[in-house]
Design a protein around this ligand. Structure first.
Ligand SMILES: [Zn+2]
Length: 458
């Protein structure tokens, strides 16, 4: 090999090296510039707020669809569309790398507002609430009806309707406007979900609770119509405000039950008995009947009742009572003028006038405590009460200065200023006051002066 050829060889190798270096340099510059220069790309905005860099619009549409399916699955609602402004825009100068679909879903889950398919419950033409599905709405209506369904076994439900016109229509609403079943029932039953309640503690009475909450017992009862017989149990929750249900469940109920038929009492005059006396000849007995009622209940409270059918199973037996008509007649031939009737039939144990103990201002007629005493004549009771030695004592003014007195009574059946007729029951034989055994002390006074009663008796 010559020197020249060597030199040429060297030059060639130099160029080769330069060329390789050049290429490396270009590659490096492009690479660095690639990393440093801002790029063009897509960003996702929701309601004009930039949320993420994305690869393209399709991935966002996909993400929303997946999110919709996810939410629908989780809640059982039918998610329909979003109400936000969702945009994918091409912009320059992006520095971040686009995020993947899962990340987009996570971001959107927090940002999107959804419209869901709902069933609107309308009462008397005004929309009241939205629930997720028609089935749920129907379940609510059934629950309301159940709430007031008659529980007694002998009652038969004929019809169950709402007093108000309740309609169900489909509607698209924001997801937050949906109410769940329990809340819906509460709202409809009470007209509000803000019910103040009180939990019954040991020793509480209705009155205590009402007083402590600035209510009357009646108001408390009105707020708790289901409260039966005023009986409270510990832990029971009482409403403290009267609630007004949005709907009223009207139930037509048929009730068949056996009832007693009360017996009548027939009075037969009996001249063998003294007036005011009576004796039962035949005891009465209630009958039995089977009655079928049609009852209308509104929210569990009976508002109407009519008899559909009545079948007598057993006739009642009339009670028969003999009623005395006999008026006092002289049993002993008193020899009086007959102006007065005998107030008590019995032996005269002590007559009027002087006796061993002193002057006797009346006559004593023997009797057993409880025996009836009758007015000796018609007049007005001018005194009936305790009178010292006389015990319980009645005075009757017969007019024309004539007065009769009945003393030592065990019971008084008349009151002061009561009008009585001859023969009326006025009291009972007793042993009150200064008396040594049950008897009637009977006095007749003319213008305030006692007289011998026997002169006036018939
Ligand atoms: Zn006497």
């Amino acid at each position: 090999m010559s020197q020249i050829t060597d030199w040429v060889e060297i030059r060639r190798n130099k160029f080769k090296l330069l060329f390789i270096f050049g290429i490396i340099a270009v590659l490096m510059i492009t690479g660095i510039s690639c990393l440093l220069t801002p790029k063009e790309g897509f960003i996702l905005t929701v309601d004009n707020k930039r949320l993420a860099v994305v690869e393209n619009e399709a991935i966002v549409i996909d993400a929303i669809d997946e999110l919709k399916a996810q939410k629908s699955q989780e809640t059982g609602f039918v998610y329909k569309e979003v109400t936000n402004k969702v945009k994918v825009e091409m912009v320059k100068g992006l520095k971040d790398e686009p995020v993947g679909k899962e990340e987009i879903i996570k971001i959107l889950a927090l940002k999107l507002d959804w419209v869901v398919q709902a069933t609107a419950l309308t009462i008397n033409g005004s929309p009241k609430m939205n629930v997720a599905t028609l089935e749920q709405a129907e379940e609510i209506l059934n629950k309301l009806k159940e709430e007031f369904t008659v529980d007694t076994e002998d009652k038969e439900l004929l019809a169950l309707n709402f007093e108000e016109e309740v309609t169900l229509t489909s509607a698209d609403v924001k997801v937050e406007e949906l109410v769940d079943l329990a809340l819906a029932v509460t709202l409809i039953l009470n007209g509000t979900d803000k019910i103040e309640t009180y939990k019954v503690k040991k020793g509480d009475t209705l009155w205590d609770i009402a007083y402590a909450n600035n209510m009357t017992v009646n108001e408390l009862k009105e707020a708790n119509l289901d409260l039966k017989k005023d009986v409270l149990s510990i832990g029971q929750e009482l409403k403290l405000v009267k609630t007004e249900p949005m709907v009223h469940v009207v139930a037509d109920v048929q009730l068949t039950k056996e009832e007693n038929i009360p017996f009548n009492t027939k009075y037969i005059s009996d001249s063998d008995l003294w007036r005011g006396q009576s004796s039962v000849k035949e005891a009465g007995k209630s009958g039995k009947q089977r009655v079928t009622y049609k009852i209308v209940e509104k929210n569990g409270v009976e508002i109407d009742r009519e008899i559909l059918e009545k079948q007598v199973l057993e006739e009642p037996k009339t009670k028969v009572v003999y009623q005395g008509t006999k008026v006092m007649v002289a049993s002993r031939g008193g020899g009086g003028d007959g102006q007065l009737a005998w107030p008590l039939r019995g032996r005269i144990t002590s007559g009027y006038g002087w006796r061993r103990l002193g002057y006797h201002t009346g006559m004593d007629i023997d009797g057993v405590t409880g025996d009836p005493i009758f007015a000796a004549g018609s007049g007005t009771v001018i005194s009936a009460g305790w009178a010292g030695n006389y015990g319980y004592c009645i005075d009757i003014d017969h007019g024309d200065g004539l007065l009769t007195r009945y003393a030592h009574l065990s019971k008084m059946d008349v009151k002061i200023s009561q009008k009585v007729s001859r023969g009326d029951l006025i009291g009972r034989v007793g042993n009150t006051g200064r008396s040594t055994g049950s008897h009637l002390h009977f006095e007749v006074r003319i213008n305030g002066v006692h007289n011998n009663p026997i002169k006036y008796l018939d």
